[in-house]
Write a protein that binds this ligand. Sequence first.
Ligand code: NAG
Ligand code: NAG
Ligand code: NAG
Length: 412
Amino acid sequence: MRLSHSLCGAALLLNGALATPHNPHGEGPDKNGKYWIYGEGIAAAFIPYGASISNLIIDDKNDVPRDLIMGFDKASDYAKDESHPHLGGVPGRYANRIKNSTFEIDGKTYRITANENPTPKHPKGVNTLHGGVDGWDWRDFDVVSHTNESITFSIVDPDGKEGFPGEVISYITYTMGKMTWDAKMVAIATTKKTPIMLSSHTYWNLDGFANDETDTIFNHTFHLPYSGQRVDVDNILIPTGNILPNPKGSVNDFWSAPKQIGHSFNDPEIHDNCGLGCTGYDNCWLVNRPAAHDWRADGAYVASLSSAWSGIKLEIYSDQDAFQMYSCNGQDGTFPLKSTQGIDDDDDDDDEEEEESSRTVPQYGCVVLEVEDYIDGINHPEWGRLEKQVFGPGSDPYVLQISHRFSVDKDE
Ligand SMILES: *[C@@H]1O[C@H](CO)[C@@H](O)[C@H](O)[C@H]1NC(C)=O
Ligand SMILES: *[C@@H]1O[C@H](CO)[C@@H](O)[C@H](O)[C@H]1NC(C)=O
Ligand SMILES: *[C@@H]1O[C@H](CO)[C@@H](O)[C@H](O)[C@H]1NC(C)=O
């Protein structure tokens, strides 16, 4: 009772909109172009651009509201940002990388737009990342419905867009519950067989980017209980086709026990672990579960993340069979925090300097958690993923489900 009361007040405050309460009844966007939805003890805001989450607010162990999501204050800033790190959006129609920007369906080779790793010979790039130069998270979705606890976006992706065959129609529904944020993504290939693989590309910091002891996520504890294996990749993160074990105690072992993300950064194997010259994580772990597994069952999360500083814990439940974690190796201290984030500005302002220096996201200052299927499975039929990655008018729809469940550990 007290929590949800303080939360709603806080959400108003954080939104800088005390004078003009933002759509308390779930009707339309607030003055920053954001659509708010609410659950018990939790509030979140979404924008049509990329069907992205832009704020997620819960109270930490000291009842201070924290905004856990990296993004912008204004919805209109997302499309202006040239760095475009796929902030909180839905990468589509095919998330992650496609080798050589090509794939084959029924003996026909399709070439899609390349947008990563340019070379003199291939100035646009040698592979495709997140659906091409105008992938889904670069486009405005339509808002189909918006209530106090739920919002649904839709997109119609035309035949031939970015080189993909056939039209795809997709609905993305986000719902808040009791300390939960759920996402359901459905996509239908209406005219031709095409690859579809979606995800949610959300940047987290469970301290709300306000930890005054560290500005990195090295002390966030991460657990991937089903992930004894990962997808092997080459120097530019393209799958080689091999599946690798994650031996106990190794850099990529997050299965044998929960481990702080920074724990293995002294191990030489962390170098080049996320591509040549890259130190950190940008890896796709497999989620190996028994066939008759109920993905929603309590405790059966595919990943968990927690921070002792805020006491906030996130468990991610999903029907997807792979999981990507990116430790924000590419952040360089230029991305701004939102007005809802950063070190608390206490009653006195003799801390100007510190306040100043903490207004951006440093390298390793965030972590992206992506449920998905085996990356580039479209180019590796030997993995047996085609049924989960290629869809046509006669097939089942593509479905992805995520449940983010939060709890707060109040130290006694
Ligand atoms: C919407 O949710 C908020 C927060 O839980 C609650 O205070 C408000 O009464 C709800 N509004 C409606 C119309 O249900
Ligand atoms: C890359 O794709 C092109 C067609 O777009 C093809 O000619 C070439 O052989 C492919 N290269 C590899 C290594 O598969
Ligand atoms: C925080 O992380 C650093 C780097 O991994 C580690 O050295 C330190 O012991 C951690 N601190 C706590 C309180 O866990």
